[in-house]
Design a protein around this ligand. Structure first.
Ligand SMILES: [Zn+2]
Length: 196
């Protein structure tokens, strides 16, 4: 993170805003209007416009979702201050998504800056909904084929009237969905084991 003239090399996968860093550089003072850029090897990865007021920053930038057109974002991030033991005040961001008092905000895949708690939650929901969607699709195919429900169960034969080509296409899609759902589940178990 830096003033527009200089780049800031980041190694983290996320673009982040650090309230302590901005404070140290005097970039939280009210009435400023500047741009921040994240660069890597001299190439600009992302840039964000920041306008400062007493109790908030207003962020403005474009974010391009995967396989999408750039979307313009503009919203305030409230600032909070807590007194320090030896005088002065320590600044905090209030997460625009949940209002938590945090030092760091990260640019999430949904294109907004949020705290790590919110991003982890979004990520988890995303994964779980993928998982549910895959299972629902596999179960719908099993029903159509007259197979017993449950993706962990073995498949059955071809329904009498169904064409072989249709049957093969459905079996291939069933297997793809079922394997992907099981892979998501295995990943969740892996993470649970890693935490315990
Ligand atoms: Zn949050």
């Amino acid at each position: 993170m830096a003033a527009p003239s200089k780049g800031y090399d980041i190694t983290a996968a996320y673009r982040s805003l650090d309230v302590r860093d901005l404070h140290r550089r005097g970039m939280l003072k009210p009435g400023l209007d500047y741009g921040l850029q994240w660069t890597r090897h001299g190439r600009v990865l992302a840039s964000v416009g920041i306008a400062t007021q007493q109790d908030r920053l207003t962020l403005s930038y474009h974010h391009t979702p995967r396989d999408g057109e750039p979307i313009g974002h503009r919203y305030p991030v409230a600032l909070d201050r807590t007194p320090c033991t030896y005088g002065g005040a320590r600044p905090w961001f209030l997460c625009p998504d949940c209002g938590r008092r945090v030092a760091l905000l990260y640019l999430g895949r949904h294109g907004r800056f949020a705290c790590r708690h919110c991003l982890r939650l979004n990520y988890k929901c995303q994964r779980e909904s993928d998982h549910d969607r895959l299972i629902r699709r596999a179960e719908a195919i099993r029903l159509r084929l007259g197979w017993p429900p449950g993706i962990a169960n073995a498949g059955g034969g071809k329904p009498g009237k169904m064409q072989w080509r249709t049957f093969e296409r459905l079996v291939a899609e069933h297997d793809r969905c079922a394997n992907a759902a099981l892979a998501v589940l295995a990943g969740q178990l892996e993470r649970m084991r890693a935490r315990s």
